[in-house]
Design a protein around this ligand. Structure first.
Ligand code: BT5
Length: 322
C-alpha cells in the first residue's frame, strides 16, 4: 500500500495527488491513507499535505525499505518477497531462519544496519547504518552440494554488471568472493548453505555493498583495503536503485546457471569481469600458502594455478592475495 502511495506521488513530480485518487487506487478510506502518509513522514519522507489539493512529495530519504526497492523492480523471482529491518545482527542469520521456516525462493532480507555482519571464516563485516546495502537472497536450486560454492561466482558477475549499469563503476572480481576497484574492496559475498544428504536444501547469498560510506568513515584497519561507491564516484547514490539493479542482473544469470546446469555457461561473463587471471597470486588454503600464476577458471568455478616449479594446481577454496 505504501508502495502504491509512493509510486503515485513520484508519478506526479512537484504536483499534488488527491487523497481521493489514492483511496481509489488503494481501495481504502481517507483515514487509512492519512495514516500511511503519517508513517511515510515518520520514516523521513517530506510530504506536504494541503487541503483540497492532496499530497505532494517534497523529498525522499535514501532508504532500502521494501516499498523503495519494489518501485519499478523488473524481476519475476528475485525480490518478489522483501523483508526489511532497520537493524539486524546479520541478514544472513535471519535469511537462514526464514529459509528453514519455508520462505520462498527469491526472498530478499535486507537491513539498514548490521550489528554483527560477518565475512567468511568468522571475520567481521563493517555494516554501518544509512550507507550500505546489506542483504541476503534465499535460493533453492536443485543442485548437488558440490555446486553450492559456484553461486558466489554467479553473484560476483551480477554485482560487477550491476555496478557498471547503475553507477558506471567498472569493478573487478577477485576470486572467489571479492569485488574490487583499484585494489580496494567495495563489495563482498558470503554464501552459506543448508544441505540434506548430497542435495542443497537452500542457499543464502549474503551481499555487502559499500555505497554511501565516506572514505574517512572506514575504521583504520580497513582504510587501505576498503572503498565505497561514494568514494569512487565522488557523490552519493540512491541505494534502492543499486539494489534493484543487482537483483535484475542476478535473476537472468541465476536462471541460466540453474537451467543450463552450471557455471560453464557463465564462465565467459565471469572472465570478462575478473581481475584474478593472469596475475601472480598467493592462495592461502587450508593446506598452506601456494604461490604462482592464476591461469584459468574451469567450468566448475575452480581456479587453476601454475606454481613456480611449473606444476599445475587446482584451488577449490582459498583467500587470494593478488
Ligand atoms: C566477505 O568476507 O567479503 C563477505 C562479506 C559479506 C557481507 C554480507 S552483508 C549481508 C550479509 N550478512 C552478513 O552478515 N554478511 C553478508 P571475507 O572475504 O571473509 O572478507 C572479510 C574481510 O573484509 C574482513 O576481515 C575485513 O578485512 C574486510 N572488510 C570488513 N568489512 C568490510 C567492508 N565493509 N568493506 C570492505 N572490506 C571489509
Amino acid at each position: 500500500m505504501q508502495g502504491t502511495i509512493l509510486h503515485m506521488l513520484r508519478e506526479t513530480p512537484g504536483g499534488f495527488v488527491s487523497g481521493e485518487a489514492m483511496c481509489q487506487a488503494c481501495g481504502v478510506s481517507r483515514t487509512a491513507i492519512w495514516k500511511h502518509i503519517k508513517d511515510l513522514q515518520d520514516a523521513g519522507y517530506q510530504i506536504e499535505a494541503v487541503r483540497n489539493k492532496g499530497y505532494r512529495l517534497v523529498e525522499s530519504p535514501d532508504l532500502v525499505t521494501a516499498a523503495e526497492i519494489r518501485e519499478g523492480l523488473q524481476t519475476t523471482l528475485i525480490g518478489q518477497s522483501i523483508i526489511y529491518r532497520e537493524s539486524l545482527d546479520s541478514t544472513n542469520t535471519l535469511a537462514q531462519q526464514m529459509a528453514n521456516q519455508g520462505a520462498p525462493e527469491g526472498t530478499v532480507v535486507i537491513a539498514d544496519e548490521q550489528t554483527s555482519g560477518r565475512g567468511r571464516r568468522g571475520r567481521q563485516w563493517f555494516s554501518p547504518p544509512h550507507s550500505g546495502i546489506w542483504m541476503s537472497l534465499i535460493l533453492r536450486p536443485e543442485l548437488p552440494l558440490a555446486h553450492a560454492a559456484q553461486i558466489t561466482l554467479v553473484a560476483a558477475v551480477a554485482l560487477c554488471q550491476a555496478l557498471s549499469r547503475a553507477t558506471g563503476v567498472k569493478a573487478g572480481i577477485k576470486w572467489p568472493n571479492d569485488i574490487l576497484f583499484n585494489g580496494k574492496k567495495c563489495c563482498g559475498i558470503l554464501t552459506e548453505m543448508h544441505a540434506e544428504f548430497d542435495q542443497i536444501h537452500h542457499l543464502v547469498v549474503g551481499i555487502g555493498i559499500n555505497v554511501n560510506i565516506p572514505q574517512a568513515d572506514f575504521p583504520d584497519e580497513l582504510q587501505s583495503i576498503a572503498t565505497s561507491l561514494q568514494a569512487i564516484r565522488g557523490e552519493k547514490l540512491a541505494r534502492a536503485e543499486v539494489v534493484r539493479t543487482v537483483l535484475e542482473e542476478f535473476e537472468p544469470l541465476y536462471r541460466r546457471y540453474v537451467n543450463n546446469g552450471g557455471f560453464g555457461s557463465l564462465r565467459d561473463a565471469w572472465k570478462a569481469n575478473n581481475i584474478t587471471l593472469g596475475n601472480r597470486i598467493v592462495a592461502h588454503t587450508a593446506r598452506g600458502d601456494i604461490e604462482g600464476k592464476a591461469l584459468d577458471i574451469d567450468e566448475f568455478g575452480v581456479l587453476l594455478m601454475e606454481k613456480d616449479n611449473g606444476e599445475q594446481e587446482k584451488i577449490y577454496s582459498a583467500d587470494i592475495t593478488v
